[in-house]
Design a protein around this ligand. Sequence first.
Ligand SMILES: Nc1ncnc2c1ncn2[C@@H]1O[C@H](COP(=O)(O)OP(=O)(O)OP(=O)(O)O)[C@@H](O)[C@H]1O
Ligand SMILES: [Mg+2]
Length: 321
Amino acid sequence: MGAASNTVITTERLTRVFGGTTAVNDLSLTIEAGEVFGFLGHNGAGKTTTVRMLNGVIAPTAGAARVFGLNPATDGHRVRARTGVLTETPALDSRLTAFDTLRYFAEIYNVPKQVRKRRIDELLDFFALSNRADSKVGGFSKGMRQRLALARTLIHDPDIIFLDEPTSGLDPVAIRDVHQMIEHLSHRGRTVFLCTHNLAEAERLCDRIAVLAHGKLLAIGDIQLLGSHLNRSHTISVEVDVNDLPRALHLFAQTPPVARAEATTDRASARNGGVLITLHGVGRRDVPKVMEAAMHNGLNLYRIQPEEPSLEDVYFALQEL
Ligand SMILES: Nc1ncnc2c1ncn2[C@@H]1O[C@H](COP(=O)(O)OP(=O)(O)OP(=O)(O)O)[C@@H](O)[C@H]1O
Ligand SMILES: [Mg+2]
């Protein structure tokens, strides 16, 4: 646990200003080897700017970063030899085949000759691209490009993998594969720095998360810690028979600790003779209470679902602290 020698990333008051915009503002954090670290924030929060500073692509305006004890601003090459970065919009050469793309990067990253072919084949296989190994990237779909870019990120078996919104634009099957890949990397002791907007994704994969807003760190900790701040902002969706609506609204509004009950437009429910009610101020732990109230009063209950808090809920809860 937390021995100083296991720290792979440290930032101290890291700051980057672009013209009049402070993209990253006084950011201090540490990340231990083997962590899956979630970096959450709205568009323009400063996530990508942080990743770029940690990899020596741009220099900080103030403050400092250390990656493997090295300063990325002056020792970028040595840092990048041990990091893999999936950028937001990976550039791929459309004239190369998938195999040649990976071979090219294997050469750049000095992957030993004797393991190159095996590593490439394994990655193509993992990302379900084996049957397209000899096709030109120009003919690839967006999801195929993203999977190839992920394979490229891993070609030199980096110790830290930075993934900048790796699942954006992917279909559900490809998203599941990326999540499995992150779990697999984590089991092998790699450190993963995951930028995402998606709280559910972070919740599922990350050991710790940091929430960034307008360049500033709002909170950092494990997901339970953040979750405890969130309890009051949760909602539960309940579907009852449309004929029970007035009674149900009245009943739920009187069921502690429900703060408010309101009918919600939901076409899927309406098509099936139901109506959706949103209960505010209650979370997963209150589901049994809500169910019991419904049963006791003979409501025709079709569905009950605690809703995942959104990133907005997190901001809201954190700002109220
Ligand atoms: N090269 C640049 N020149 C000028 N401004 C920049 C530059 N790069 C980033 N910024 C600004 O810095 C802020 C943070 O941008 P950044 O790309 O780090 O956000 P982000 O959290 O990655 O957002 P997104 O979720 O949209 O990818 C934004 O206001 C952005 O306009
Ligand atoms: Mg970004």
